[in-house]
Design a protein. Structure first.
Length: 174
């Protein structure tokens, strides 16, 4: 069994003229939401062993605030390729995770992260899973977390439509 957490970075300052998108920082709300999600991850027992994160300022800040709340020391790998990455690129990096790792988290951006969550989630089998899936399809807001379980041994075997959507939570839900 492998568990994959997909976390969108927390709320950032608006982009616009003269602002380098890669350097956009978290807003006050983002600095409040990220630790909330970290505490939620810890309380639910979702602590990842490995975190793959975009190199943008907003994802680095999100990772720092989340990991301060986790109970274990997660290894963090910052990957330039995750910056505004499409789903295929994110999935290719997930598939390279070491097999000894049972739980990994990706911290990144929309639309790629939201699209990947939708692609990886299987057709819901139970009502609770359907409700989570409907929320995920509605919107994947900043600091939202999708948790998918895969009945596999090797990360390379993560496939579209094979992940059970165990959880989907937004900051306002915790």
């Amino acid at each position: 069994m492998k568990r994959l957490l997909l976390l969108r970075h927390a709320k950032t300052e608006p982009g616009g003229a003269g602002i380098d998108d890669h350097e956009r920082a978290l807003m006050a709300r983002g600095r409040e939401d990220a630790p909330k999600l970290g505490r939620y991850i810890r309380k639910q027992g979702y602590d990842p062993e490995l975190i793959l994160s975009s190199t943008s300022r907003r994802t680095v800040e999100t990772v720092n605030l989340v990991t301060e709340e986790l109970s274990s020391g997660s290894r963090v790998d910052y990957r330039e390729a995750l910056y505004l990455a499409p789903p295929e690129v994110i999935l290719s990096l997930i598939r390279l995770a070491p097999d000894k790792i049972t739980s990994a988290m990706v911290v990144g951006h929309n639309p790629g992260l939201e699209q990947l969550a939708g692609l990886l989630a299987r057709e819901p089998l139970k009502r609770k899973e359907r409700d989570r899936f409907d929320l995920l399809e509605e919107k994947f807001p900043t600091a939202a977390l999708a948790v998918l379980d895969f009945d596999i041994i090797h990360w390379r075997d993560v496939e579209r439509g094979e992940g059970m959507l165990k959880d989907f939570v937004r900051p306002r839900d915790v």
